[in-house]
Write a protein that binds this ligand. Structure first.
Ligand code: NAD
Ligand code: UFG
Length: 341
């Protein structure tokens, strides 16, 4: 039986597909390529030496999704498909609510129709909002502060309701902290459209000469050096968390949230220094105003994931920087770069 991976052509999806295939799982990928390229899936095939079916569909399209379930024997779903840019979600909230909520509702309806009730869902640490409790535990109050985050919070609530109505479902709600890094091959990585919003893609585009300097959003936070602190996690560690979550939903019928983070916070300046040290590239920067909505500090308590999923992050900041840089250096224009490593 196969694992259906929605949004499997995206950043975290491709890395998870690699780990799934390397672990002998059969996968089917669906993605509408709204924020990804088909080439990413070719690279997954290249890394693993394995093939899989790909359907270019919108998961909100019931007919196309039903067809995927009709044509394949699906055991469980890992659901990455969604829009994820916080700033954009403030500008076009309805697009976010429509895509993320409708897509997930359609998916769950079709899953139910075919008796597929094992689901691993991509949630986000953004559901915790501006909580003061650090490190953050899964039982912290949820209070997302932007439309994107609210779509994740609403989906979590919807899935809790779904489970309450039918406890034969088994659902893992994975709350990712800050995924960075790339596969060690340098063949797949994060390929943002336009100017990156997130710190590591921005730093690596400065390093490769596409952007002149980094803007650090504020150095007057109540942190050691005044810059924001986050829990950065290597995308391969994160991908492996999905394999453990898959085992979890296979062996239980519950709905549970899990933090996927390292438990360690790094400030923006510490990340810049780590990147410079790991890559030998100088990163010029300028401190500018705080970015509205940014928390000072955000890092996970990952103990529940260790206890119940037998998972913990293994890769350190140096590896995250080295792998980010390898991907960026060999693919300066992301998946449109011709050169293969
Ligand atoms: P991504 O944009 O690279 O991947 C998402 C994929 O979903 C893309 O390939 C996109 O084309 C596809 N997609 C979007 N809407 C779709 C639809 N309606 N039908 C079919 N395909 C659709 O993002 P990512 O970084 O890989 O994130 C994956 C998931 O993890 C997302 O749900 C995101 O919200 C969540 N997440 C990401 C981060 C992060 O920092 N990257 C943090 C927390 C949570
Ligand atoms: N930062 C800068 N300059 C930049 C970009 C970021 O100084 O150009 C700073 C931010 O102020 C913050 C830190 O770097 O202190 C990290 O910012 P990111 O934008 O990389 O990440 P966020 O923590 O803001 O948010 C990310 C995702 C969200 C997700 C959240 C938690 O964008 O979708 O992690 O998982 F919800």
């Amino acid at each position: 039986m196969a694992i259906l991976v929605t949004g499997g052509a995206g950043y975290i999806g491709t890395h998870t597909c690699v780990e799934l295939l390397n672990n002998g799982e059969e996968i089917i990928v669906v993605d509408n390529l709204s924020n990804s390229k088909k080439e990413a899936l070719n690279r997954v095939r290249l890394i693993t030496g394995k093939d899989f079916k790909f359907y270019q569909i919108n998961i909100s399209d019931r007919k196309s999704l039903t067809n995927v379930f009709e044509e394949n024997d699906i055991e469980a779903v890992i659901h990455f498909a969604g829009l994820k840019a916080v700033g954009e979600s403030v500008v076009v909230p309805l697009r976010y609510y429509d895509n993320n909520l409708t897509g997930t509702i359609r998916l769950c309806e079709v899953m139910r129709e075919f008796g597929v009730k094992k689901l691993v869902f991509s949630s986000s640490a953004t559901v915790y909002g501006q909580t003061e409790q650090m490190p953050i535990k899964e039982d912290a109050t949820l209070s997302a502060t932007n439309p994107y985050g609210r779509t994740k919070q609403m989906i979590e609530e919807m899935l809790l309701d779904l489970y309450a109505s039918d406890p034969s479902w088994s659902i893992a709600l994975l709350r990712y902290f800050n995924p960075i890094g790339a596969h060690g091959s340098g063949l797949i990585g994060e390929d943002p459209n336009g100017i990156p919003n997130n710190l590591l893609p921005y730093i690596s585009q400065v390093a490769v000469g596409k952007i002149r300097q980094l803007h650090i959003f504020g150095n007057d936070y109540p942190t050691g050096d005044g810059t924001g602190v986050r829990d950065y996690i290597h995308v391969t560690d994160l991908a492996n968390g999905h394999l453990r979550a898959l085992e979890f939903v296979r062996s239980s019928t519950v709905v549970e949230p899990f933090n996927l983070g390292t438990g360690q916070g790094y400030s923006v300046l510490e990340v810049v220094q780590a990147f410079e040290k790991a890559t030998g590239k100088h990163i010029p920067y300028r401190v500018v105003e705080r970015r509205p909505g940014d928390a000072a500090v955000c890092y996970a308590n990952p103990k529940k994931s260790l206890k119940q999923l037998a998972w913990q992050a293994k890769k350190n900041m140096e590896q995250m920087c080295v792998d980010t840089w390898r991907w960026q250096q060999h693919n300066p224009n992301g998946y449109e770069s011709k050169q293969l490593v």
